[in-house]
Design a protein around this ligand. Sequence first.
Ligand SMILES: Cc1ncc(COP(=O)(O)O)c(C=O)c1O
Length: 372
Amino acid sequence: MDYETPQFFRVMQYAARAERDVVDMVSGNPDWEPPAALREGLAEYADGEVSDFQYPPSVGLTPLRDEIAERRGVDRSRVLVTNGAGEANHLAMTSALDRGEGDEVIMTDPVYPYYAGRANLLNAESTYVPVDETGQVDPAAVREATTDDTAAIVVNSPNNPTGAVYPPETIESLVEIAEDHDAVLVSDEVYDHFDYTGDFESALATDSDHVVATNSFSKSMAITGFRVGYAVFPDEDGPLGELVERARTRHMIQNVAGSRPAQYAVLRALRETPPEYYERSRERLRERIDRFTDALDAAGAEYTTPGGSFYVMARFDGFPGTMENVERLIDEAGVAGMPGEAFGESRADWLRFALVTPRVDEAAERLADYLG
Ligand SMILES: Cc1ncc(COP(=O)(O)O)c(C=O)c1O
């Protein structure tokens, strides 16, 4: 399995070049409207002073960090605004590895491919713990895999690609394991607004010095192109207080700062968007999940019903989730998904479909016609 380069863009480009109509269910790019206040914030920014067009603080606009800190119940000093959750995850992992207390990273299988590619890039030792059929991770298996060489345990809930939402007990156990081995639990919570079970609880609720929680507005505000995310690091005065300073330095050297207009617009949207916006997004997805899985049922496919995030995995007899089969589906069925093999060995028979199109039943019908 080649984890060096995530395959999302390759599939998207292949689908875009196809000579037929293709229902695009490849990436996690939402197709719904951002909050109204986001567009208003952007328009307002365009009329700002020249001085407003200059570098923001490297750690992010202060009022945005304040707004995030208040919502997360932490001190502002722990919040670093990043170039999406992608950079937040990168800083969390590098600052854990830079401690020099170990060079192993524990991840799940299936894995979000960017974690795996990053662990490779950083020359970390990668260990994968398979999840069960429903996508749940067994803390006992993680404990067994963890050693004193473990620098970080990286998890994602609600999960891409399985749709699993880990119950609070799982997160608490994972935090305990990280504490027992002086490692860092990196908890990627980018789909926290897409929890349909009501079970989701942030790892920050454990109040542990061994947690870095990462997040972004890419999905919750339907703005993957804006690149605004954040990480909440352990308290600077605690035992892992060095992490946040290391991350700030790396972020500054790498980026100088983040994008000011994007942060400005996100701040306005955070302040002014009512809970109904997020509820409508969940409702839209619940409805798509129902329609897509009903149609997959009719097609005789096996599938997952996500408790969170917006991906459905499907398995068709005799049609494993290889890149070759994904390309065939694009060319011959007119549906583009991701190969399960891109996420690890345990889902190599599966295909992943992102519910970022209203055309979900049409897609399922095309799959049924082609594979049924
Ligand atoms: C689990 C997970 N983490 C992080 C990201 C990247 O988020 P961002 O756009 O904020 O960098 C994604 C995007 O699909 C994701 O699925």
